[in-house]
Write a protein that binds this ligand. Structure first.
Ligand code: NAD
Ligand code: USQ
Length: 405
């Protein structure tokens, strides 16, 4: 297949490009490199040294003989160019990763909120409108988030996207299938909820074939292909805005930094290893919906864990200390989470479980590149409200974690 990978320079996008190119597909990366610019804005860098996207593609060709083509394009700002690109390249499938994906970044200031909504909703809508306008019958696979469901304890498993409800009508109860009600916990997660409505409309109105993958927190760093050469290494975010919880705990353990648990650590979240994430995308690609079918939604996660249990596990493994800090986010202190993921299991996914070997692999990567870590960028300082920001600022334990300036 000819596949356009939008956002193919990112943490999940890059290993997906390699995986699908390795499987024999013709892969085109479309990215505006905004994630690299955000690193510059925040004054941070990936833990792992990343080459330019052009150099990464050159190395892939050298190692495997396979081509990856890179196209610099801003999906949110360059609608006409995107349309032309689709008309010229006519991909069989489009995988859409190209959004601002950090909840803390989306909550930093009003400017960051506006950017995140404009970028994410703009990019998604432009892709949909351009597919309709160019008449390309490509399967669109979008990376959504488990966070659209929200994290209140409902006491029942979260279904894959849809909920059957009964509505009282004058002639009795009528059954209906609706999108599971969204309860996003950040501006970023809200954009993924908005994406869902856009998909529903374009599938229903224009017959677009769309799969939305509600993904949990991705952890780990290497996949089979990124291991092939040091310059194919994946990016690895550790900072307080882009680093995700388990990967953060693992680098913190590697550099002797106390594990930064927010609040009681009673938050339960869904997780998936990066290798499984790329496998799931391939499985979803092969199982395309037909024209006129409703949006296909998969829960792309393999296990759930409570944040404090993860911290204790990493502490046991590494001897790290655990720091319970005031939570900068407005989120439930404790929640249960049971998630259905039957569709991927039925398609043959054999999940990688969180286990010591893989955890140690990340700690080893972190130790190797520990000299690249700026400890002052480790604390999470973006707060969801001004009151939470003040609380976080007053906390003596957090102050103790800050390096002297
Ligand atoms: P990332 O930030 O590393 O990669 C996103 C890529 O998209 C970057 O290369 C960026 O430059 C590009 N991009 C952003 N806006 C663009 C635009 N307007 N035009 C062109 N390119 C643009 O993110 P990631 O961790 O690889 O996540 C990829 C997708 O998966 C995101 O949509 C995210 O919401 C979703 N997701 C990620 C995780 C996770 O734990 N990383 C979990 C669940 C879902
Ligand atoms: N947390 C800590 N300590 C930290 C960092 C985070 O306790 O140092 C807590 C947070 O308060 C939160 C939980 O860990 O309760 C998860 O935070 P996270 O930053 O790992 O994940 P999140 O903000 O939800 O976002 C990440 C990705 C996002 C994706 C989402 C999937 O950045 O792109 O959509 O995971 S999900 O969480 O399932 O919605």
């Amino acid at each position: 297949m000819k596949i356009a990978i939008l956002g193919g320079d990112g943490f999940v996008g890059w290993p997906t490009c390699l995986h699908l190119s390795n499987a024999g597909h013709e892969v085109h990366i479309v990215d505006n490199l905004s994630r690299r610019w955000i690193d510059t804005e925040l004054g941070v860098q990936s833990l792992t040294p990343m080459d330019s996207i052009q150099e990464r593609c050159r190395i892939w060709k050298e190692v495997t003989g396979k081509s990856l083509r890179f196209h610099l394009l801003d999906l949110a700002k360059e609608y006409e160019r995107l349309k032309q690109w689709f008309a010229e390249h006519r991909p069989d499938a489009v995988i859409h990763f190209a959004e601002q994906r950090a909840a803390p970044y989306s909550m930093k200031t009003d400017r960051h909120k506006v950017y995140t909504v404009d970028n994410n909703v703009g990019a998604t809508h432009h892709v949909l409108a351009a597919l309709v306008e160019t008449g390309i019958d490509a399967h669109l696979v979008h990376l959504g988030t488990m966070g659209v469901y929200g994290y209140s304890s409902v006491g029942a498993p979260i279904p894959e996207g849809y909920l059957n409800v009964e509505i009282d009508t004058p002639t009795g109860k009528k059954g209906q299938e609706i999108l599971y009600p969204t309860r996003p916990g950040s501006v970023y997660h809200m954009t993924k909820s908005l994406d869902q409505i856009l998909f529903q409309f374009y599938a229903q109105n224009d017959g677009l074939r769309i799969t939305d993958l509600h993904q949990g927190i991705v952890w780990g760093t290497h996949t089979d292909q990124t291991r092939l050469h040091p310059q194919l290494v994946n990016r690895f975010d550790y900072d307080g805005d882009y680093g995700t919880v388990l990967n953060r705990f693992l680098i913190q353990a590697a550099i002797g930094y106390p594990l930064t648990v927010h609040g009681t650590g009673g938050q339960t979240r869904a997780f998936i290893h990066i290798q499984d994430s790329v496998r799931c995308i391939e499985l979803a690609l092969k199982d395309a919906p037909k024209r006129g079918e409703r949006v296909r939604i998969f829960n792309q996660m393999t296990e759930t864990h409570r944040v404090r249990d993860l911290a204790e596990m990493v502490a046991r493994l590494s001897g790290a200390k655990v720091a319970y800090l005031p939570n900068p986010r407005k989120e439930a202190e404790e929640n249960d989470l049971i998630v259905k993921n039957d569709q991927f299991l039925a398609l043959g996914l054999n999940p990688i479980r969180l286990e010591e070997g893989l955890l140690s692999e990340v700690v080893d990567v972190a130790k190797k590149f520990a000299h690249r870590i700026d400890r002052s960028r480790v604390p999470a300082v973006s707060a969801w409200t001004k009151e939470l920001a003040a609380q976080v600022d007053r906390d003596p334990e957090r102050k103790a974690l800050r390096p002297a300036s």
